[in-house]
Write a protein that binds this ligand. Structure first.
Ligand code: SF4
Length: 318
C-alpha cells in the first residue's frame, strides 16, 4: 500500500489539546482502503494530552511566534525543534503524500489564524510550524489539508499526484535502463499534457538525452521535472485538449454517428454537463474495440483505482 503521512488526530487518535480527536470520515472510511497512514503529532509528543492551547501571534519586530493562549508563554523554539525532528522522520517512511489538519498552529497548511498582541482582529494568514517544515524539506511532496479534500477538484488533483509521485519513486528505485524510462514517459504522456504542455516538452527532451548523459543523471533530472509537472493543477481546457488528441487515434475508424456521439460528450464535459468519467468510459469502449495499444497503457485513462470515483463529480474539473 502507498503510504501517506497524516496529522494523527485526523485518524481518530486522541491527541488534541482537549483530549478529543478530529476523525475525518472520508479519510477513515474511504482513503484507508487504499493507503496506509503514518501519523505525526508534534504537540502531543512535546506536551502530552490534554494540554494548554497554543496560537500564532504576530509580534511585529520578531515576527510570528507560537505562544500559549492564556499566559502568552513563548513556545516557538520547542515546537520548532520537534517539528523539524518529525519532518526529518518523514523521509524514513517512503511517504508519497501528506494530509494535514486545517487551522492548527502546528499542522495548518494555510490560512491559520494569526493574533495581534494588541486588541485587533485576527488575520488568517499563518502556516503551522510542522506544515512549514514539511513544505521546506519536501517542496514536491503532495500535501493537502483534510478540509480542502472536500473540494472535488483539489481531491482529484491531490490523489492523482500521490499515485504519480509513488510511481516515479518506484521507477527510480528499480534502477531502470533507458528503455524503462522511455516506457514510463510514454505511459504518462497524456497525464502530463493534462497538467502542462511545456512540462511534457521539457520531459521529452530529457528522455531524448541528446547530450548522451548517463542514466543516473538523466533519471535525476527526469524525476525533478516530473515532480514539478504533477504538482501543477489540471483544468477543463487542458483536459479537453488531451481528450481531443486521444479521439484522434480512432476518429477515422468510426461511423459519423459514433463520431458525433463522442464529440457531443467531449463538449458536454467542457460545458460541465457531464463528468470526465462519462467521457473516459466512452473512449475506453473504442480503445478496446480497436485495440489501441498506445492508449491502453496511458495513465491518464487509468491513473488510480476507479473505485475512488474521483472523476465522477462535475466539480472535479475547473
Ligand atoms: S492538529 Fe497536529 S498538532 Fe494538533 S492534535 Fe492534530 S496532529 Fe496534533
Amino acid at each position: 500500500m502507498i503510504k501517506i503521512g497524516i496529522s494523527s488526530c485526523l485518524l481518530g487518535n486522541v491527541v488534541r489539546y482537549d483530549g478529543a480527536n478530529a476523525k475525518d470520515k472520508f479519510i477513515a472510511n474511504k482513503l484507508s482502503e487504499y493507503f496506509s497512514f503514518v501519523p505525526f503529532c508534534p504537540e502531543h509528543q512535546i506536551w502530552g494530552t490534554p494540554r494548554t492551547t497554543i496560537r500564532l501571534v504576530d509580534k511585529q519586530d520578531i515576527g510570528i511566534r507560537v505562544v500559549t493562549s492564556n499566559e502568552g508563554v513563548d513556545l516557538t523554539d520547542e515546537l520548532e525543534a520537534v517539528s523539524e525532528e518529525n519532518a526529518n522522520e518523514v523521509a524514513e517512511h517512503d511517504i508519497s503524500g501528506f494530509i494535514l489538519k486545517s487551522g492548527s498552529p502546528t499542522c495548518g497548511l494555510e490560512r491559520v489564524k494569526v493574533y495581534k498582541e494588541i486588541n485587533a482582529p485576527t488575520e488568517k494568514k499563518g502556516v503551522g510550524m510542522f506544515a512549514k517544515k514539511l513544505k521546506e524539506k519536501y517542496p514536491y511532496l503532495p500535501i493537502e489539508e483534510e478540509g480542502r479534500l472536500g473540494d472535488a477538484w483539489l481531491r482529484e488533483n491531490f490523489l492523482m499526484q500521490v499515485y504519480a509521485y509513488d510511481d516515479v519513486h518506484k521507477l527510480v528505485a528499480s534502477k531502470p535502463a533507458f528503455k524503462d524510462l522511455v516506457e514510463f514517459h510514454t505511459k504518462y504522456k497524456y497525464l502530463i499534457m493534462a497538467k502542462s504542455d511545456t512540462s511534457y516538452k521539457v520531459l521529452g527532451n530529457i528522455v531524448a538525452n541528446h547530450e548522451k548523459k548517463d542514466i543516473e543523471t538523466v533519471l535525476e533530472e527526469y524525476k525533478l521535472e516530473f515532480l514539478i509537472a504533477i504538482n501543477k493543477k489540471g483544468n477543463v481546457s487542458k483536459t479537453f485538449n488531451v481528450l481531443q488528441h486521444i479521439f484522434g487515434y480512432f476518429k477515422k475508424l468510426i461511423t459519423p454517428d459514433e463520431k458525433e456521439e463522442i464529440l457531443e460528450s467531449l463538449n458536454e464535459y467542457k460545458e460541465k454537463i457531464i463528468p470526465l468519467i462519462a467521457v473516459i468510459k466512452l473512449i475506453n469502449i473504442y480503445v478496446k474495440r480497436f485495440d489501441v495499444e498506445y492508449l491502453k497503457t496511458q495513465k491518464f485513462l487509468n491513473p488510480y483505482p476507479k473505485e475512488l470515483a474521483l472523476r465522477s463529480d462535475i466539480k472535479a474539473y475547473k
